[in-house]
Write a protein that binds this ligand. Structure first.
Ligand code: ZN
Length: 334
């Protein structure tokens, strides 16, 4: 059976052109991306709409979805047995949102399973890696019920309907299913369920390159919006940083943390989960796992802005050195 001696898998991202995207994924992350505005980098994904390939090592060229079903022991499962979850559950993206993202909402698991061919719902969260001076997020809305929402949309009272706040670098937002949201002027590290179901409320009447408008999904939006969700007025992270690590959120689908590594303060990151996703959003450095050290082949994996990797079962703790910032995530024990 093939193994990965240090327990780390690096991926080749997939890129998605979007009318609201920009060129920062090329300019600032050095990725080779398609021409035109590119909005999304799918960095760690086994979703059929963007199934990432392993970039190097023993599993080079194989997709994450193949490894999930064929090599379950890498992710805490038993070799030869089907994984308990039928698909890799998380999706990690970088969003380059130059112009407004469509005002959108996502369904929960029950609604998606019933209406979207057995898809997962979409809980997501945003870490603001960079923000323009006028960057803003729309998160939540002011209608009290379905009828009021529909009426305000019909009257185009967008300013009254949508709850909008300024954002800055380092802010963090959990976005539950049923929360209306959009953003503009930011580079975002997104951690989400492995789902691609988005219902558009409003797209600013923007034409696409061919002159047509993107489809809206008002009935589905009205079905899934949570009209009672409390409004958020800030994305400020208030959790304490302990030994370089700040817990950003926990929900039933994922836990997310920020890791800050400084030249005089390397970080040891415990990896006792079936797997852990990691993305370098700033700076550079390197990492060695305890599995790699035990195998006496402790080559350091070089990391730079835009490196994404999975630490697999048995990778052991990660020693991170350099001057960089990462976002890491894993699935909580059920
Ligand atoms: Zn979204």
């Amino acid at each position: 059976m093939a193994t990965q001696h240090d327990g780390l898998l690096f991926f080749e991202p997939c890129f998605v052109p979007k009318i609201w995207g920009g060129r920062k994924l090329d300019r600032e992350f050095g990725y080779s991306i398609p021409d035109g505005p590119v909005g999304e980098c799918w960095a760690i994904s086994a979703h059929p709409n963007g199934d990432c390939k392993v970039a190097r090592g023993d599993f080079a060229g194989r997709t994450l979805s193949e490894l999930w079903s064929d090599e379950p022991q890498l992710f805490g499962g038993t070799a030869g047995e089907a994984p308990a979850q039928d698909r890799f559950p998380l999706l990690i993206k970088i969003l380059d949102v130059a112009d407004y993202l469509s005002v959108q909402v996502h369904p929960d698991d029950d609604y998606a399973a019933a209406h979207e061919n057995g898809s997962l719902g979409k809980s997501e969260c945003w870490y603001i890696a960079e923000a323009e001076p006028d960057a803003r997020v729309m998160i939540g809305q002011h209608a009290h019920n379905r009828d009021e929402f529909a009426q305000m949309v019909a009257d185009k009272r967008w300013g009254e309907l949508l709850h909008e706040i300024p954002i800055k670098k380092g802010d963090f937002f959990a976005i539950e299913p049923g929360t209306v949201h959009a953003v503009k002027g930011a580079l975002i590290l997104e951690t989400q369920q492995s789902s691609d179901v988005t219902y558009r409320v409003y797209d600013f009447d923007r034409p696409q390159a061919d002159g047509t408008l993107r489809e809206l999904h008002m009935e589905q939006c009205l079905d899934v919006i949570d009209y009672d969700a409390p409004l958020k007025n800030s994305g400020e992270v208030t959790a304490p940083e302990v030994d370089g690590i700040t817990k950003l959120m926990t929900c039933k689908y994922f836990e997310v943390a920020r890791v800050r590594v400084r030249p005089d303060a390397p970080v040891t990151l415990a990896q006792d989960h079936p797997f852990m996703c990691a993305s370098v959003i700033e700076g550079e450095g390197g990492t060695v796992t305890s599995a790699g050290s035990d195998a006496c082949r402790a080559e350091k994996s070089e990391l730079s802005r835009g490196s994404h990797f999975l630490a697999l079962t048995g990778s052991g703790d990660l020693t991170l050195e350099g001057d960089m910032e990462l976002i890491v995530s894993w699935v909580p024990e059920s």
